[in-house]
Structures are given as C-alpha cells and as structure tokens.
Design a protein around this ligand. Structure first.
Ligand code: PAF
Length: 281
C-alpha cells in the first residue's frame, strides 16, 4: 500500500488507474482512528472496485469551536496497518494546508439539509463535511465512495451534494457495525469511561424498542419517539440531543413511519456525543 500526501499524487494515481482501464476506482473517506466499521467499508470497496483508496484526514472545518478537534484520536501507524490488511491500494493522508490552502475561500453548503439533525446541533458541521468530501471526490475521480449508515444524516447531505453537483461518484452506504452488546462502533467510543460505555448502550436499546414497536405495526412517529425517550429517561446520566423520525432523503419529520424512515438518535454519555439510527422496515 502506497502512502500519498498531496492532491496531485492522488489525482495522478487515479488517472493512472483510469488509463489502465482495468476496473472501477473506490474511495473510502475517513478521519482515521480506524475500527471494524471502517474495515467493513474498505472490504466493501475492495469487493466492488479494482482500485481502492482510503483517505485519512481529520477535517478541521467540520468541528465546532468547542468540539474535540485537538483531542480527536490520531493513530496513524495502526490505521495504515488496518487499511492495508483490508486491501487498500493507497492511503491518502494530506496535511491541513494541502486541503485548505491559506487563502481558501470556497466552501460547499447543501442548503436545508445542512441544518437538520446533527447539523442543527453542530452548526457548520455539514458545510465542513460537504466541502472536504467535494475536494476528495474531485481529486480522486472515483467511481464509488463508501460511507457508513451510522452517519445517516451525513449520507443524506452527501447524496444530495453529489446529485446537485453531478460529481459522478456513486455513494454506497454500508451497514452499521456494532460491538456484541449493540453499541455502534465509533472512533469517539475511545473517549468513554467504563461506566459511560455502559450508559451509551441506551442509544441502541432505544432503537431496539422502536424496532419492536414497528414490528407490532406501530406507525405513529410521535408514539415511537415517546418510547425511545422513555428508554433515555431510564438512564438519566445520558443527555439526549435529538430523537427523530425523518425522511432519509430530506431529513424532514415524517407523518407516518413508513418503511425506509430514518429513526435517529443523538445523546451525550459524559461529554461524548454519540449517534445511532435504524432504517425502519
Ligand atoms: O464520516 C467521516 O469520518 C467524516 O465525516 C468524513 C466523511 C471522512 C469527512 O471528513
């Protein structure tokens, strides 16, 4: 696996793959601190594409002023080993200056979607995500890019952005990977103390309760939200950010929880903000 540091190197790699005409190029954008969830994305890319690039960049523009940019886990050596073991051909790990030249003035904003769910709680977050992913897509000229369903609102923003800008990269969404006890894998789980780790299970418990109600044909989103909030109320150490039943394309609240509805939760265990979701059947 080769390590690339500049946009020019990534573009050159991609164009060389394209010229060889041997098959599609897959991109797996990450912020590093790779875990089994990322491994599943790289494997999905490997299975679908002839060439696979993993990107590793802790993107400063998607962090708010009081968020965890400075302490976000950085585990470069382990990330390289994991990416290579899952079949990445190249790992793109640029500097901040390489992605954001000092006088950069251009940002990408997906109006409407960017201030819903996580975008509402984290103003500017999706503008940062959309901007960096656009830059990566333009540099990599990939046929497909692989993202986790855990970041479901991010998926909506990126699908819309890719469509609006006709970027030509297909967005592939891969299932949430969970620990055996149900906690969705996240690089931020590393922040949790043992007791917060137990409290964090409230998120997946709330989603299970909702899924069970839907299996009994409960389709009223208000009832589902109340049920999920009851699970959180039973664990007062966890502070809810949002509980929402929305259309996965528009992120607008639904009137009926039809199949395909995104049921999403965000909550704090200690100072760690966690998200999780399920797509209702
Ligand atoms: O999902 C993430 O890890 C990040 O938001 C992404 C898509 C790599 C952009 O920085």
């Amino acid at each position: 696996m080769r390590i690339l540091r500049t946009v020019e190197e990534l573009r050159h790699w991609s164009r060389t793959c394209r010229c060889a005409a041997t098959g599609p190029i897959g991109l797996v954008p990450t912020m590093g601190a790779l875990h089994a969830g990322h491994a599943s994305l790289i494997r999905a890319a490997r299975a679908a594409c002839r060439h696979v690039a993993v990107t590793l960049f802790v993107n400063p523009t998607q962090f708010g002023p009081n968020e965890d940019l400075s302490r976000y886990p950085r585990t470069f050596e382990a990330d390289c080993a994991l990416a290579e073991s899952q079949g990445a051909d190249v790992l793109f790990a640029p500097t901040v200056e390489e992605i954001y030249p000092a006088d950069a003035r251009t940002f990408v904003e997906v109006e409407g979607l960017s201030d819903r769910l996580d975008g509402k709680s984290r103003p500017g977050h999706f503008r940062g995500v959309a901007t960096v992913v656009t830059k990566l897509f333009i540099a990599a000229e990939a046929d497909a890019a692989f993202f986790g369903q855990k970041d479901a609102a991010q998926v909506s923003v990126l699908r819309r952005m890719t469509r609006d800008l006709r970027l030509g990269t297909e967005i592939v969404v891969c299932p949430i990977v969970r620990d055996a006890d149900g906690l969705a894998l996240s690089s931020r789980n590393a922040y949790l103390s043992p007791s917060e780790r137990i409290q964090a299970l409230t998120l997946s418990r709330a989603l299970h309760r909702v899924e069970a109600l839907v299996a009994q044909d409960e389709r009223n989103p208000a009832t589902l939200i109340v049920a999920a909030r009851e699970e959180f109320a039973a664990e007062p150490a966890v502070r809810v950010d949002y509980v929402a039943a929305v259309n996965w394309d528009t992120l607008e609240p639904v009137e009926t929880a039809v199949p395909g509805t995104l049921f999403a939760v965000a909550a704090y265990a200690g100072s760690t903000r966690l998200i999780d979701n399920t797509i209702l059947r």
